[in-house]
Design a protein around this ligand. Structure first.
Ligand code: ASP
Length: 320
């Protein structure tokens, strides 16, 4: 596997499967009272977040702490970024701490790739504009893998604002790599041109939704919209909202969060037993532990000093 995780395209199917299995071994650690292993003791992880985040930043933080890494959290608000420091200068400054990994979220597509050029640390893309969000895709795969075992042949419908969604892009790549059949559905104005090239089908109405095993709803990403893409949210909800009339009992429902209740999903489906939304959040910690492990301690020649030769899941937790 690569030194960095910038895109799902960096991962082969074997890499993905190894990460999912590793995440499962970390789930055992997360079930313990003391949820810590010494794998990354003495190594530094920097979380550099230039955009709002609840789930991704908290789960990367927990993942690094549960692996006993030293963690530095930097949010653009309140840092020298506010004083106009450039991304390059910020990364070069932080590199002086000799971090093992930099986790970067940015509103700009391609930011993680740039950071990877400016540091010798492993770089993990935690979302770059509307480009990619690879760890979200991995935690979604893991959530389904835990539920269903094999993902091969699973029919997944991704519904909503595909155009502005980095989650959609990473998930299309990830689901197809694992043998799922992907259908995208949304208004034509919110569908990227020639997206079919990614080996998925495109539909503009929910007709046929009953064929899906998994319905994956996306948020309307107002923060990335420059004009008006739908006549009104009411109109959008009337045509594309997943509600209890449209969701069949055999289907699983996913959403990356945060959810706009009453827009892409109705309240009753969010709180239904078919919804995996809370499980997706839970999966975030163990999958990000597995990614940090793979990049920093897992590959050939990368064993961390004093780290066990496996995930450390069977190791007795030691005081950090
Ligand atoms: N949390 C996801 C992201 O950062 C999805 C969203 O914001 O709608 O892309």
């Amino acid at each position: 596997m690569n030194r960095n995780l910038l895109s799902i395209d960096d991962l082969s199917r074997d890499d993905i499967e190894r990460i999912l299995h590793r995440a499962r071994s970390f789930a055992e650690v997360s079930g313990r009272e003391i949820k810590k292993v010494p794998t990354l003791r003495g190594r530094t992880v920097i979380n550099l977040f230039y955009e709002a985040s609840t789930r991704t930043s908290s789960s990367f933080e927990l993942a690094a702490k549960r692996l006993s890494a030293d963690l530095v959290n930097i949010k653009s608000a309140g840092s020298s970024v506010d004083k106009g420091e450039s991304l390059k200068d910020t990364v070069q400054t932080l590199s002086a701490y000799d971090p093992a990994a930099i986790v970067i979220r940015s509103p700009h597509a391609g930011a993680a790739n740039l950071v990877a050029r400016w540091t010798t640390a492993s770089v993990i893309n935690a979302g770059d504009g509307k480009h990619e969000h690879p760890t979200q895709a991995l935690l979604d795969l893991y959530t389904l893998f835990r539920r269903r075992g094999s993902l091969d042949g699973m029919k997944v419908w991704i519904v909503g604002d595909v155009l502005h969604s980095r989650v959609a892009r990473s998930n299309i790549l990830a689901f197809t790599r694992m043998g799922c059949e992907v259908t995208l559905c949304g208004p034509p104005t919110l569908m990227p041109r020639e997206i079919e090239a990614l080996d998925c089908e495109v539909r503009y109405t929910l007709d046929g939704l009953e064929q899906a095993d998994v319905v994956y709803a996306l948020r309307m990403q107002h923060e990335r919209m420059t004009g008006s893409y739908v006549p009104s949210l009411r109109e959008y909800a009337a045509q594309y909202q997943i509600d209890s009339r449209r969701l069949s009992p055999h289907q699983l429902l996913m959403h990356p969060g945060p959810v706009n209740r009453g827009v892409e999903l109705s309240s009753e489906v969010i709180d239904s037993p078919q919804a995996l939304i809370v499980e997706q959040v839970e999966s975030g910690v163990v999958v990000r532990m597995a990614v940090l492990y793979e990049l920093l301690a897992g590959g050939p020649g990368r064993a961390a000093a004093g780290a066990p030769s496996h995930a450390g899941a069977e190791t007795e937790p030691q005081p950090a």
